[in-house]
Write a protein that binds this ligand. Structure first.
Ligand code: OAD
Length: 248
C-alpha cells in the first residue's frame, strides 16, 4: 500500500531552512547492504561484534577481522544508491543549511551525489595504520602479499579498515559538527537506524530538546518513535522521494 505523508509534515518541510539528517544501516538495506540488527538478516544476528568490530578482536585475530571486512568491501563494491539516496541529494539542494550525518561506512550517499556528509563511523574502503591511525593508500594494500598487509608507517603496525570500532571514539570534528547541527536544526530526520548505538543515537534527542521537529523513517518502531513528531513506518526508498517531491 503506497504511503502518504502525514498531515502537517508538508508545512513543517516548507517552513524549515536548517536540516540535519541522521542515517543508519536501514538506509542502505534496499541497495543490498545487510543491516546489523534486523532479525535473521542482520550481521550481528549471526556474528558477535566483540569478535569482529573491536581493537581487541583485531589484536587477537587480525586475519579473521581483515578477511571479514574484505568480504564486506567486495559486497559494497557491487551495490548502487537507490531512490532514497537521490532524494536526499535533492533535499540538500533545497535547504539553506543541510548536514547528513551517517553511521554507514559504504559511501552510498557520496556515490549518489550528497556533499555535506559526515561519516560518524568512518569508511570501510579506507585503510589505516593500526598503530598510528595514518591512512594507507590502496596501491600499498593491493600490492601487499600479507593478510592483513603490514603498515608502511610503523614497524609493529598492520593495515586495518578505516571504520570506528566499539570502544573507539568517533572522529571529533564530525561529531562536533553533527551535534551543533542537532542543536541548530529546524527539522532532524532519523532514517534507518535502530537508535541503539551511542553517541550517534542521541542526536535526534538533542534536536528534540532544542525544539526541532523530528521525523523518523523506519518500518519498525524504535526508542525514538513515540517522541518524534512524525514517525513514518516505511522504508527509506518509499518515503524519501515523497518528501523530496513535497518541497516547493
Ligand atoms: P541497525 O541494524 O541496528 O538498525 C537498522 C534499522 O534500520 C532497524 O531499526 C530497521 O528496522 C531499519 N530498517 C531496515 N530496513 C530499512 C529500510 N529499507 N528503510 C528504513 N529503515 C530500515 O543499524 P544502525 O542503527 O545503523 O556501528 O546501527 C548502528 C551501528 O551499529 C552501526 O553503525 C555499526 C553497528 O554496530 C559500528 O560498527 C561501530
Amino acid at each position: 500500500m503506497p504511503i502518504k505523508l502525514p498531515e502537517g509534515l508538508n508545512t513543517a518541510l516548507n517552513n524549515a531552512d536548517n536540516v540535519l539528517v541522521l542515517t543508519g544501516a536501514g538506509m542502505s538495506a534496499e541497495s543490498g547492504v545487510p543491516t546489523f540488527r534486523d532479525a535473521q538478516t542482520g550481521l550481528w544476528e549471526k556474528l558477535r561484534p566483540e569478535d569482529l568490530a573491536t581493537p581487541e578482536a583485531f589484536q587477537r585475530n587480525p586475519k579473521m577481522v581483515w578477511d571479514w571486512y574484505e568480504e564486506r568491501r567486495s559486497n559494497i563494491h557491487k551495490v548502487v544508491p537507490h531512490a532514497g539516496h537521490f532524494a536526499l541529494v535533492e533535499m540538500e539542494r533545497h535547504f539553506e543549511h543541510f548536514l547528513l550525518a551517517t553511521q554507514n561506512v559504504d559511501s552510498l550517499h557520496q556515490q549518489a551525489g550528497s556533499k555535506q556528509v559526515v561519516e560518524l563511523h568512518g569508511n570501510i574502503m579506507l585503510s589505516i595504520c593500526s598503530e598510528t591511525g595514518k591512512p594507507i593508500d590502496d596501491e600499498w594494500i593491493t600490492t601487499s602479499t600479507d593478510t592483513p598487509p603490514k603498515s608502511p608507517h610503523h614497524p609493529l603496525g598492520l593495515a586495518r579498515p578505516g571504520v570506528v570500532w566499539f570502544g573507539e571514539g568517533l572522529p571529533a570534528d564530525f561529531l562536533r559538527r553533527a551535534t551543533a547541527a542537532a542543536r541548530d536544526c529546524d527539522i532532524c530526520f532519523s532514517i534507518g537506524t535502530s537508535t541503539l548505538v551511542q553517541p550517534a543515537a542521541s542526536l535526534p534527542f538533542v534536536a528534540l530538546d532544542s525544539g526541532a521537529i523530528v521525523v523518523e523513517i523506519n518500518p519498525v518502531p524504535t526508542a525514538l518513535s513515540t517522541q518524534a513528531q512524525f514517525s513514518l513506518q516505511a522504508t527509506a526508498a518509499e518515503a524519501l522521494p515523497l518528501i523530496a517531491a513535497a518541497l516547493t
